[in-house]
Design a binder for this molecule. Structure first.
Ligand SMILES: Nc1ncnc2c1ncn2[C@@H]1O[C@H](COP(=O)(O)OP(=O)(O)OP(=O)(O)O)[C@@H](O)[C@H]1O
Ligand SMILES: [Mg+2]
Length: 354
């Protein structure tokens, strides 16, 4: 049995709205498990249900083999970190972190040891006597992390802890959180709606949509082998082909069967560009088109191309100076045989995967 299990969880708000609609997840010991999905999909509701701030409408939650739903929130032994730093401005960094230990009747000497350890883990050891007002957002969020860890929780829950920080700090702190989590080895459920953050930080990602789970997998699975159209579109960028003769000819050339497929798509980085009329590589089809847009982004460039099978974005890696394309230029888009993904009318991935 997994360390944390949630089985068939539902949460109804009001007469008929289901914020969670049959959610089951299993998190392993020491795992960094991320809930990823758009606003309103139920991430916070699931996290709060595990913490005990929400009661489920139906379903089961177990932690380390024990039924969690019968345990009151303050006895659940779960550390939480929130989006707003939730630090007490009138307490020093040390006292902010010690706060969670007071009601647990921990002796003063042990409080000192444990708070010092927690502050060292988040690299705030030298700032123990400061007041939070004199600290940056990133430092304040590390106070929150130390406070969640100091109780030696069985589980850490983090709800968008980085969303109030600027982009650069967010990247720095996400690496730190990942390192600290691996060092303390506490199973962690992390919530974000930032796909790159989820890919960077997680052992496994659970993609949620409208109160349901779309897919659970490693970052490589989720990005490289999406099982639904929703996952493919939410994590990464997707070019959708227009149905019609040009698409059918391309699929025929590639030897791909359209049976049961309601939509075909490719990732921009799986496409290539060659000069108009140049010979296509083996195992690839070409679509003749006209450049509509060229966006240079340094380590990559995005080229918009209008083709008979749809308007496609082609991503070129390491474009350099020579890759520039002018609007109106004739080009051919190379579609390798392994690139197209097919989805049925319900958005489920069809055919060959991986
Ligand atoms: N107490 C409540 N009463 C009624 N509806 C609620 C309540 N809490 C949440 N909801 C609704 O449940 C749905 C899921 O909310 P939740 O907060 O779990 O979303 P989320 O995935 O965390 O979104 P975000 O990324 O915006 O934080 C939303 O439609 C929300 O409006
Ligand atoms: Mg939320």
């Amino acid at each position: 049995m997994s360390y944390l299990t949630v089985s068939n969880a539902t949460k109804q708000f009001g007469q008929s709205f289901m914020a969670l609609n049959g959610v089951s997840v299993a998190v392993e010991r020491g795992e960094f498990f991320t809930l990823l999905g758009p606003s309103g999909c139920g991430k916070t509701t699931l996290l709060r249900s595990i913490a005990g701030f929400n009661d489920l409408t139906s379903g089961e939650i177990t932690l380390n083999g024990a039924n969690l739903r019968v345990v009151p929130p303050h006895q659940r032994d779960i550390g939480m970190v929130f989006q707003d730093y939730a630090v007490f401005p009138h307490l020093s960094v040390f006292d902010n972190v010690a706060f969670g230990l007071k009601p647990r009747k921990v002796p003063a000497a042990e409080i000192k040891t444990r708070v010092t350890q927690a502050l060292d883990a988040v690299r705030l050891g030298a700032l123990a006597d400061r007041l939070p007002a004199a600290m940056s957002g990133g430092q304040q969020q590390r106070i929150g992390l130390a406070r969640a860890m100091v109780i030696n929780p069985q589980l850490l829950l983090m709800d968008e802890p980085l969303s109030n920080l600027d982009a650069k700090l967010r990247i720095e702190l996400r690496e730190e959180i990942r390192d600290i989590q691996k060092q303390v080895d506490i199973a962690t459920i992390y919530v974000t709606h930032d796909q790159e953050e989820a890919l960077a930080i997680s052992d496994r990602i659970c993609v949620m949509n409208a109160g349901r789970i779309e897919q659970v997998g490693t970052p490589q699975d989720i990005y490289g082998n999406p099982q639904t159209r929703f996952v493919a579109e939410f994590v990464g960028t997707l070019n959708l082909f227009n149905p019609g003769a040009a698409l059918d000819a391309m699929l025929g050339h590639l030897g791909l069967s359209a049976a049961g497929a309601a939509a075909w798509a490719v990732r921009p980085e799986h496409l290539g560009l060659i000069a108009s009329g140049a010979t296509a590589p083996a195992d690839a089809a070409v679509l003749d088109g006209i450049v509509t847009k060229f966006t240079y982004l340094g380590r990559e460039a995005h080229v918009g191309v209008e083709t008979p099978a749809g308007n496609l974005v082609v991503q070129l890696a390491n474009p350099g100076m020579a890759a520039s394309r002018a609007a109106g230029e004739k080009v051919s888009v190379v579609v390798p045989q392994s690139a197209p993904m097919a989805f049925d009318a319900e958005g489920q991935r069809l055919g060959r995967k991986g």
